[in-house]
Design a protein around this ligand. Structure first.
Ligand code: ADP
Length: 705
């Protein structure tokens, strides 16, 4: 190669590198999403405004919204730049490009409000109108305005905003300077999560007399929707939202008052296990204190969607279902890779039918019996109307607790177990105002798991770092830490269950019942790849082997009609829907021929009662043939921490010396041993009801000693 050729080539390489660098710089310097990137109006658009650039800003939902209008030589609006960095991205932020498009198209600022984004829309429209007025446009109507010195125009006003499951409506009654009454309707919000925000926020708002109050943690989507709807209503009442009092920040260093309380049994955690224990102990005449760190009850129990496994129940007998306690035990052991503590499993299985009877007796029947992954027989018991078992039970437990006058000490976090001469004699707890010393004859730990505590997840399973979790906010592992501090032993602590069907964007768990009722899983190639009703670990592992580590759960209208839980998935927008399999395939970018072949093969397997491909033999009562068809993209998520505090068959906590720690009992997800290496769907609810009762009975007996 001669020197000249070499130099030319070198020059070309340098030019290419420079070009690449410039392109990269441009890409990097560009914002991720530019709401103003849509087409502008033609430069010669005609109008009656004065050419130039006009800017103004108005307060939106999360800060100032600035609108810059450019008027072209011919007097038309040729561009509208809208900046609202503080707006909620998926609500107000998403509305901005739509508003811009309308302003340019209509050549005016009185455009349609974007539904669900009233505050941002109003701010954009007002700011645009002010800018246009500067350009000689119509004078701006300021809207209703309270009289000088007043906050509101007295009256009753209604505002709406988009919540988790649909519109949330707030009706507020105000006099000149006070918010007097608030009514919130949010019928589509998640039961026992969003609904708590609906019931709790009015009091917070009324006492603070402002919209600047904290969201209910764990229910932030519903809380934000309520506060937005309230702002909309108050704007109608002529209120300048900026003039409302600021949030009263609690001084975290403010001294707390010491308070001592006494009871027979202190129960830590008001999830399923804690509430069961509290009801049972109170019905047996014991004075109970029930601590709950969150502002609401329910914990992970609320999120249980499938049902409760129980064998030899009257519902099974009535429905002609043959099952036995022995098969239940073997299924659980098999599902848990024989790692389970057989004695604990036996207690759970033997007492499961009685637990179903007890639920009947407190007004929480679970009559619908079906199949679930890993179960030989139809054993999972669910509410009649197909609603999620957890939220259903939590509502009924709460009703029963109200009937028995059991008060929950909300937002009170247990921090330490009080030990005296090796026995547990109480609990230290803290709230925003008090440091409690609770003296009790016995303590029941019912604090749930640690699925939401990334540090603990990483400590025990570093391979799961960063994995999405379906756990409730209180699943922080506090009970495990407190128990260890008084010498408790832990079992199977690294056994963490992944649930195979979690929608990753929302962490929404798609209940096992969807597969139990006949849904299939397909990969991005449109093919089934597993028996969908194998145990959760196996299905999760199979998914992780597919392209991208995800799959689609596919079902039809018949299945949707029979399962209320599906309505939630549809309402939060995670389902893809189509009138034909081919259309569904197109929407999820799967080959339509392959998907329709997969469905044909599956429907034939259902008709023949033989799944030649993967040997599935349950959840095959109905095929998938009733349009419309649905698909949800899913992947595994952290669902249940199966290990925890070691207990014996009486739910006594066992110390590292192998002996029970006197006065300390535990039940539910905080314990280990029941589920071994893999929890069968439907066994968590059996665990909390059976062991909640066992722990309660043991604590009662201990108190009476
Ligand atoms: P389980 O299914 O075992 O009943 P849940 O997750 O349903 O478990 O309920 C556990 C409850 O315990 C949750 O409501 C959670 O907020 C509460 N909790 C966890 N840690 C504490 C703590 N330190 N103090 C008070 N409550 C707690």
């Amino acid at each position: 190669m001669n020197k000249e050729v070499l130099i030319t080539r070198l020059r070309r390489v340098i030019a290419c590198l420079l070009f690449l660098a410039v392109v990269l710089c441009l890409v990097w310097s560009k914002p991720m999403f530019d709401p103003n990137k849509g087409p502008s109006a033609p430069a010669d658009t005609k109008g009656s405004f004065s050419p130039g650039t006009y800017k103004s800003s108005i307060k939106g939902f999360g800060g100032e919204v600035e609108v810059t209008l450019t008027i072209g030589e011919n007097g038309g609006i040729v561009d509208a730049e809208i900046v609202g960095e503080g707006e909620t991205p998926e609500v107000g932020g998403a509305a901005i490009p739509k508003l811009r498009e309308q302003i340019l198209e209509k050549q005016a600022t009185d455009v349609d409000t974007v539904s669900g984004a009233t505050i941002t829309s109003t701010a954009v429209k007002k700011a645009a109108a002010v800018s246009l007025a500067q350009a000689g446009g119509p004078a701006v109507d300021e809207g209703p305005k309270a009289a000088d010195g007043n906050l509101f125009i007295a009256g009753t006003y209604t505002g709406t905003s988009k919540g988790f499951g649909g519109d949330v409506e707030v009706t507020v009654t105000v006099s000149e300077n006070s918010i007097d009454d608030i009514k919130i309707t949010g019928d589509h919000e998640t039961e026992n999560i969003g609904t708590f925000a609906v019931s709790m926020l009015p009091e917070r708002i009324l006492s603070a007399q402002t919209t600047n109050v904290d969201a209910i943690s764990g229910a932030t989507v519903t809380s934000s929707a309520i506060l937005r709807a309230l702002q909309n209503a108050l704007t109608e009442a002529g209120c300048d939202i900026d003039k409302l009092p600021a949030a009263v920040a609690k001084d975290s260093n403010a001294p707390k008052t010491d308070k001592t309380l006494d009871c027979d049994i202190c129960i830590i955690g008001a999830g399923g296990a804690g509430m069961t224990a509290a009801i049972n102990a109170t019905e047996n005449g014991k004075k109970v204190i029930l601590l709950e760190m969150m502002p609401y009850v329910g914990g992970n129990t609320t999120k249980a969607t499938g049902g409760m496994n129980a064998a030899e129940t009257h519902y099974q007998a009535e429905q002609g279902i043959k099952d036995s306690v022995e098969v239940f035990i073997e299924d659980t052991m098999e599902g848990g890779h024989q790692m389970n503590n057989r004695d604990l499993v036996t207690v759970m299985a033997k007492n499961s039918a009685a637990a179903i009877d007890w639920l009947d007796s407190i007004g929480a029947p679970l009559p619908k019996v079906g199949f679930s992954g890993g179960a030989t027989n139809a054993r999972i018991h669910a509410p009649e109307d197909g609603s999620g078992v957890g939220a259903y039970l939590v509502t009924r437990f709460l009703n029963k607790m109200n009937e028995l006058n059991i008060d929950v000490m909300y937002e009170t976090k247990a921090t330490e177990l009080i030990s005296k001469n090796g026995s547990i004699v109480g609990v230290k707890a803290t709230s925003s105002d008090y440091n409690y010393t609770i003296n009790s004859k016995a303590v029941i730990l019912a604090t749930g798991g640690f699925g939401n505590n990334q540090d603990m997840i990483v400590k025990y399973r570093s391979d799961l770092k960063g994995t999405v979790s379906t756990s409730a906010p209180g699943a922080m592992g506090d009970g495990i830490v407190m128990a260890e501090a008084v010498g408790a032993d832990l079992v199977d602590i690294d056994q963490i269950q992944l649930h195979p069907t979690v929608e990753q964007g929302t962490s929404m768990l798609i209940t096992e019942s969807v597969r139990g009722d006949g849904a299939i899983l397909v990969n991005q190639e449109g093919k089934r790849f597993t028996n969908e009703l194998l145990t959760r670990d196996k299905v999760s592992a199979a998914e992780l082997e597919q392209t991208g580590g995800y799959a689609y759960i596919v079902f039809d209208q018949r299945l949707r009609d029979g399962l209320k839980a599906i309505e939630k998935y549809v309402s939060i927008g995670i389902t893809v829907q189509a009138d034909t399999i081919e259309d569904l395939a197109k929407q999820i970018d799967v080959d339509p021929n392959v998907l329709s072949e997969t469905l044909k093969t599956w429907n034939k397997a259902v008709a023949d009662k033989k799944d030649a491909e993967f040997g599935r033999d349950t959840g095959m009562e109905k095929d998938l043939s009733v349009a419309p068809y649905y698909a949800i993209k899913i992947a595994p998520g952290i669902h249940h921490t199966m290990g925890g505090v070691k207990i014996d068959t009486k739910a006594q906590v066992i110390g590292t010396d192998g002996k029970p720690i006197p006065g300390l009992f535990a039940a539910g997800e905080v314990t280990g041993g029941v589920h071994g290496g893999n929890r069968i769907g439907g066994n968590a609810v059996s665990d909390i009801v059976v062991f909640g009762t066992v722990a309660s009975n043991s604590a009662i007996a201990y108190c009476d000693k």
